[in-house]
Write a protein that binds this ligand. Structure first.
Ligand code: APR
Length: 238
């Protein structure tokens, strides 16, 4: 599959890479969007309508991420090993809001959909680390007002973060690997098209074919923990 030694690898991850760590994906069977109305819990209008419901949704996800049985899996660890040992640059662009890449040891991580362990003041825009529950009665540490804190998550209808930086990374890379994403949410779903427009190599790793599989040069079918561990050792052996 790889007949050259890449210099600049960009990796896009989705919920599938965290599935084996026990974190629900969104669109698989019994996924998050099967049990919640997206517009109620992951949109600005939903937050305006019922902020307590939104805080409850993210408190549950934050508590799950904080529990000791949710830890980085072999795929997260393999990507951290790649960043550590690969001679070129490795950038992870993640759609995930969990911190499992960082906890596995990856440093060069771009969270385009925000982070579960961060909050934002709606008045000042200040971003704060936050591990515990949040409610409408929580006083914001920066303006001391109740009701001013929201999850630092990109909701439907809002712009993803760091898109300028992401675009440059995609233009500069010579290998693009997409892991565990259904390719149903833009702009992440079109990153492969941007890479292919520069004639760079694109690999998709997923347990099944996706809507965008035909845009990739190769599709690696299997669990991320197995497939990515093998792919990383192949890349490091080049
Ligand atoms: N290994 C590899 N892939 C897996 C695994 C696994 N163990 N388990 C599931 N998958 C794949 C599924 O086949 C599916 O294609 O992961 C993908 C998960 O897709 P989604 O649930 O749609 O998650 P994602 O693509 O990350 O969603 C993108 O949508 O709702 C928004 O903001 C949310 O960031 C999210 C975005």
């Amino acid at each position: 599959m790889l007949n050259f030694k890449p210099k600049n690898i960009v990796i896009l991850t989705g919920a599938g890479i965290s599935a084996e760590s026990g974190i629900s994906t969104f669109r698989d069977k019994n996924g998050l969007w099967e049990n919640h109305d997206v517009m109620d819990v992951a949109s600005p209008s939903g937050f305006d309508r019922n902020p307590e419901l939104v805080h409850k949704f993210y408190n549950q996800r934050r508590n799950q991420l904080n529990s000791e049985n949710v830890i980085p899996n072999a795929a997260h660890k393999a990507l951290a090993k790649l960043e550590e040992e690969f001679e070129g640059e490795v950038t992870i662009i993640t759609q995930n809001v969990d911190n499992l890449h960082e906890r596995a040891g990856s440093n060069n991580v771009i969270h385009m959909h925000g982070e579960l362990m961060k909050m934002r003041c709606v008045e000042s825009g200040k971003i704060l680390l936050w591990k515990s529950d949040l409610s409408v009665d929580t006083k914001c540490p920066c303006c001391f007002k109740k009701g001013n804190l929201r999850p630092h998550i990109v909701w439907f209808g809002e712009f993803p973060l760091f898109m300028d930086k992401i675009e440059k990374k995609l233009n500069d890379c010579d290998l693009f690997i997409s892991i565990g994403t259904s390719g149903q949410v833009y702009p992440a779903a079109m990153f492969v098209n941007m890479v292919k427009a520069n004639n760079q190599l694109a690999i998709e790793a997923n347990i099944e074919e996706t809507n965008i599989s035909e845009s990739f040069d190769f599709h690696l079918t299997g669990k991320a923990s197995e497939v990515i561990t093998k792919l990383v050792s192949d890349i490091l052996a080049l």
